[in-house]
Design a protein around this ligand. Structure first.
Ligand code: HEM
Length: 373
């Protein structure tokens, strides 16, 4: 509640808007001379990390202006390796992963130590800033680590540094790759379905126009954009098996007796493509969400109930805003004649097998807005 309530999200909306402006400015710089090839995967990863890091600490993680510089690539590889969700599961998550070689265990230990130092440095930096000033300004109140340190002052025995480190790590692992991967799938689907791309562009042109950049409050007035995000999450859920659950007690569900301590993996990917509950399930048809078709138990990209994803609201804002800005400001084309390869790669968040590249050019109607960013 302290981190994800609508009010808290509202307080950090300027952070997301700043990062969207940063991304569009970078893309404008790269494509100012005409149509240019851009590596969208890294751009989305950088956006997702910068937003979460800024919400956590007040500072973005990638300061470099150039999305393609060696420094940026190096930092991106490093942080992805350190906070990859696959490594998060590690030794303790699934029982079958508890078996690993001595060498793997040593590597894992090294990684945990690196993470620990990284997280400690983040907390110490905020603690120092807080102790050097007694006034908490408006902006600081929206910084997540500051919120956690305030809770620590109230309940020190519960909010220990280790608990805070665990929370930060969960936010970094659960909240970055998932959104970045979904945005990449969405852009890939749009490139392979130009009529859908044209339709959402028309929605943006009609509702927002060409005199300003799309903003977070506009999202509620963009139902077709929302339908595209949902249809992407249906076909390519970033947590295809949700997160492992365990029954705390014996229970009976749908006629099955389940013992306490049973691990439950829900195959959301299969439910989302089940022909018994979805018409033409493998087709990309955002229109199916326009009439509210997607609700209830068959559409569960964020899980359900008490342990459902607390970051769903944040993710929908980030993904909606980023896609809206990219479509509003730029013309997009595939790199060649061939359709974008939609094969699924390996990894817990179901990434694309091939990182997405696309041709990008600033829209003439948006040059004025882009030049003023
Ligand atoms: C497209 C983006 C995202 C998807 C598809 C997604 C999906 C999920 C799913 C399926 C779960 C498990 C739910 C269950 O087992 O019932 C989960 C848990 C979680 N997610 Fe997300 N998530 C996304 C973005 C985010 C973001 C942006 C954050 C926060 C910064 C976040 C934070 C969390 C946390 C903390 C949990 C664990 C909750 C718990 O254990 O109670 N997620 N997410």
């Amino acid at each position: 509640l302290k981190i994800f309530s609508s009010r808290r999200l509202q307080m950090s909306s300027n952070i997301r808007m700043e990062e969207i402006r940063f991304l569009t400015k970078q893309l404008f710089k790269s494509s100012i001379k005409g149509i240019e090839k851009v590596e969208i995967k890294s751009a989305f990863n950088i956006l997702a990390f910068n937003i979460i890091m800024k919400m956590l600490t007040g500072n973005r993680y990638f300061e470099d202006d150039d999305l393609n510089s060696d420094e940026t690539r190096h930092r991106l590889d490093d942080i992805k390796q350190t906070f990859s969700p696959s490594r998060q599961v590690g030794l303790g998550g699934f029982p079958f992963l508890r078996w690993c070689t001595f060498r793997e265990a040593r590597q894992m230990k090294k990684l945990y130590r690196k993470r620990d130092l990284f997280l400690k440095a983040m907390i110490d930096a905020r603690r120092n800033i807080r102790s050097s000033s007694s006034i908490i300004h408006g902006e600081r109140r929206s910084i997540i680590i500051d919120t956690m340190l305030s809770l620590q002052e109230l309940e020190p025995e519960f909010y220990t540094d280790d608990i805070i480190k665990g929370m930060i790590m969960t936010l970094l692992t659960a909240g970055t790759d998932t959104s970045a991967v979904t945005m990449e799938w969405a852009m890939s689907l749009l490139l392979n379905h130009p009529t859908v791309l044209d339709k959402v562009k028309t929605e943006l042109d009609c509702k927002i126009g060409h005199q300003r950049l799309v903003e977070e409050p506009d999202l509620s007035d963009l139902p077709y954009l929302r339908a595209i995000v949902n249809e992407t999450l249906r076909l390519f859920p970033a947590a295809p098996l949700l997160v492992a659950h365990e029954s705390s007690d014996d229970c009976s569900i749908g006629g099955y007796d389940v013992r306490g301590g049973t691990m439950l993996l829900v195959n959301a990917w299969a439910i989302h493509r089940d022909a018994k509950v979805w018409e033409d399930p493998t087709s990309f048809r955002p229109e199916r969400f326009e009439g509210g078709e997607g609700e209830a138990c068959r559409f569960i990209p964020f899980g359900l109930g008490r342990r459902g994803c607390p970051g769903a609201g944040l993710a929908n804002r980030v993904m909606g805003l980023a896609l809206a800005a990219l479509v509003q400001c730029f013309e997009w084309q595939r790199v060649g004649e061939v359709e974008v390869d939609m094969s699924e790669g390996k990894g817990l968040t179901m990434p694309k097998a091939q990182p997405l590249e696309a041709m990008c050019r600033a829209r003439n109607s948006m040059i004025k807005v882009l030049s003023e960013l």
